[in-house]
Structure formats: C-alpha cells, structure tokens
Design a binder for this molecule. Structure first.
Ligand SMILES: *Cc1c(COP(=O)(O)O)cnc(C)c1O
Length: 434
C-alpha cells in the first residue's frame, strides 16, 4: 500500500487527486446494489408529492411543486475561475434551492417524503384532499412520529423544515459549534435542537442512540440510501437543463462536474445519477476543504477506514457543510469506481470565491458552496489533471468541454453573515494582489 498522497494532505496543500480505481461506467454500474429504476422511483415519488409541496410551500407554486435550481452560465468565466479554461463554464445554482436554501433540500425532503408516503399507503390515506391540499388525515398520522437527524447545519434545516411542514415532530442533533442562526431558525419552526459537544460524527452517534422507539425515524447522513437517491434525481434535472442549451455530452463534448463533498451523499448521489445518464462522457470531481478531506482519505486507502484525524488533520474549516471527519461508507461503496478524482481547497480560497461570485455573478453563496470553484483550474493546470485529460484522450477536446460548478448553499444565510464572508474574501483577494 503506497501512502504517497498523505504527505501533501498533511501539509494542507491544495491537491488534484486522480482516483486510480475509476473504471468504465458500463462495467461498474450493473454491479451496484442501486439501479437506474431506483432513481426513477425517487423521481416519481417527488412528482407525486409535488402538489402537496406546492400547497405547503407557496414558493414552489411556479415550479409546480418541484424543488429545483437554475443552471447559469458564467460569462466571462475568467474573472471567476481564472485564465486558460476552454469550453463553457456553467453554475448549477443549488445555493438558490427553495425550501431549505441548500443542496440538502434534494436528499432531505425526499427522505422525509418516503416516510410520509409509507404512512399514506399503510393507512390508506390519499396525499391530498379534493382541493389539492395536504390531506389532514395524513398529517394526523405523521403527528405520531418523531423524525430526528444529526447535522452540521444544512441537513438539520432541510429535515427540520420538511418534517414540521408535514406534521412530524422533529429533533435535530447538532454540535455546539454549529452556527447559531441555524439553531434559531429551526427552533422558530418548532424543531427541537439538541446540542452536543464534539464533532459531527459524535452528534450522529448520539442521535442514532436516542432514536429507539417504533415512533422514531432517524435520518442517518452517514448511511442513508434515501438521501443518496434523493440527490441522484438532480442528474436528470441537469440533463434537461443542458438539453435546453443544446448541450449533449459525448465523445467530442466532455462534461466535467465539480461537487462540494462532506459525507459524500449529495455529490455521490449526483455522480451516480450522472454516470447512469452520460456514462464515461461525464467526469465527476469532488471538492473538499484541505482540513477535512474525508472522501479523499476513504478513496485513497479503501480498506483502512481512515478519518481525517488519523492523518493528522483537525477538521477545522469555515466550510461547515463539509466539516466531517469520515465519509459515508455506503457512498464510498457505491461510487469509489465512478469518481474521477478529488480536489482540495484552502479556506482562504473559499472566501475569495465567495467574493468573486458575488462581485461577478451576483451569486451569494456560503463558504462550503464555493469548494468546487478551483476545479477547472486544477484540472487544466496541474500535472495530475493534464495527465487525466491525456489518458482519457481529452486534451484535444477541451474547446468543446462543458464545466459545471455546483454551488451548494447560501440563500438561507442571514445577510449580515453573507456580507461578512464577502468582505473577508475581498480583503484576502486584495492582499493577494488581484
Ligand atoms: C452537506 C453539504 C454539502 C455536501 O453534501 P454531503 O452529502 O455531506 O457530501 C455541500 N455543500 C453544502 C452547502 C452542504 O450543506
């Protein structure tokens, strides 16, 4: 076992790490325990529940009850991602996702809906009444259950908001250092917030241990297939948005997608969905903070179950949505041969991109959501990245390439906090002479 990747991680050097286990999608996908039908079933469930969501969340009315974000073009992209990036650069703007204000709206809402959907079937209650409103009898069934979750913040927001809207009691376990505004926002919605000393994994263990009655439902961010599948539906939605721009990934049109990664559910689920649709024409790169490269550690040493502490890192980063010491084993098992690589980013760069996105694209994102922004530069300007392109026969195709940068959260962050992030980024940018 070679561990040559450990030294730069320990030095917190931003990396473009290429996954040696990547294999052709058509060889990998048939052997996985989740299938394309599972994604379709998740998409169908979200469609069936759309009228209920449109009733419970008026902001979804225009979209017919579907939770979705726009695909934006960054133009000129150079101001944001730097020089020398050929092809189109697009932003998948999940920082604007309604209901929860982050990518967690995809997985979290879906998982809680699967529970409500099961109750509807078990008790033979329709989802809506005659006027297309959430059925009061179904709400009564939901009121008997408590949904709980452990979260660094955004998953707690998503689960708390959808659970309380459907009538469930909701409990969110958070580490004490989680942002105060997230706790306040949840309490305001009647969600019980339980604070724990220690990091996310410890809060998760405590939450899991407390949810033991048959009336408890625990959303397990470190092992949930439902979350994974809820996220995977984003792939079909992206495909439709690319179609609208006449973009069809293929041999002459490589698609590169860069996804901020915490435990791996969101980026892993989306990777799984994209690989089903585009096979080897899509290249998925995950992005992690230098202080918490949990997925990189898991992929680089598959049998060791390493946490970021094991390699001498502290998991302390302003990217609170990504500050997890250990990746989800479920996700690693599903995507370890589908992910092209992992890129790491320093906190200072996160803030600089928060500033640039605000200044040049009018997008206000939280630091976690900017983690993928160095992706195209690392791919096109490092030896590791160029080697990847050459091995895949892509060096000559980059003029036609499409880069999709996923921005994963921000619209629920209070304005004064956002202003603080942006100001901090502007300062760092100025000091760096740019
Ligand atoms: C949770 C989160 C992610 C990553 O999702 P995981 O499922 O934890 O990998 C990325 N960005 C933001 C803003 C998040 O809250």
């Amino acid at each position: 076992m070679t561990l040559e990747w450990i030294a730069p991680l320990q030095a917190r050097t931003p990396l473009c790490w290429i996954n040696p286990a990547l294999r052709g999608a058509s060889n990998v996908l048939p052997s996985l325990r989740l299938r394309p039908q599972d994604i379709s079933a998740a998409a169908d469930l979200l469609q069936r529940w759309a009228p209920v969501l449109a009733h419970l969340f008026p902001e979804l009315d225009a979209a017919g009850g579907l939770i979705e974000s726009p695909l934006l073009e960054l133009k000129p992209a150079e101001r944001i991602v730097g020089p020398g990036i050929d092809g189109a650069v697009l932003l998948k703007a999940d920082h604007m996702l309604p209901v929860a204000g982050s990518i967690k709206a995809r997985g979290g809402v879906y998982e809680v809906l699967t529970l409500a959907d099961r109750l509807a079937r078990e008790h033979n209650v329709p989802l809506t009444d005659g006027a297309n409103r959430y059925h009061p009898d179904l709400r009564k069934q939901c009121e008997r259950y408590t949904v709980s979750v452990a979260s660094t913040g955004n998953l707690g927001l998503s689960i708390g908001i959808i659970s309380s809207a459907l009538g469930f009691r909701a409990k969110v376990h958070m580490s004490r250092i989680a942002k105060e505004w997230k706790k306040a926002r949840l309490r305001h919605r009647g969600v019980e917030v339980i604070e724990h000393d220690g990091d996310f994994s410890q809060a998760a263990a405590a939450g899991r241990a407390q949810a033991t009655s048959p009336w408890d439902y625990f959303v397990d961010d470190e092992a949930s297939e439902h979350l994974f599948l809820g996220y995977s539906v984003a792939a079909q939605r992206l495909q439709a948005q690319l179609e609208r721009r006449h973009i069809r990934p293929g041999p002459q049109r490589p698609l590169f997608v860069y996804l901020p990664c915490g435990v791996g559910g969101a980026p892993g689920g989306i990777t799984f969905g994209l690989k089903q649709l585009f096979g080897d024409h899509v290249h998925c790169f995950l992005a992690e903070p230098c202080a918490a490269p949990a997925m990189l550690a898991a992929l680089a040493a598959p049998d060791r179950g390493l946490s970021v502490y094991d390699i001498g890192l502290d998991n302390l980063t302003e990217a609170d949505g990504l500050a997890v010491p250990r990746a989800s084993r479920l996700v690693v098992e599903l995507v370890h041969e589908l992910v092209s690589g992992v890129m790491t980013i320093e906190d200072d760069m996160l803030f600089r991109y928060v500033h640039r996105l605000d200044r040049w694209a009018g997008c206000q994102v939280e630091p976690s959501a900017a983690a993928a922004m160095t992706g195209p530069g690392l791919l096109c300007h490092t030896d590791a990245g160029r080697g990847y392109l050459a091995r895949h026969g892509l060096s000559g195709q980059m003029g036609q390439a499409v880069h999709v940068l996923w921005t994963t959260g921000g619209s629920f962050v209070p304005q004064d906090e956002l202003d603080g992030f942006i100001a901090r980024g502007r300062q760092i940018e100025t000091a760096a002479g740019r």
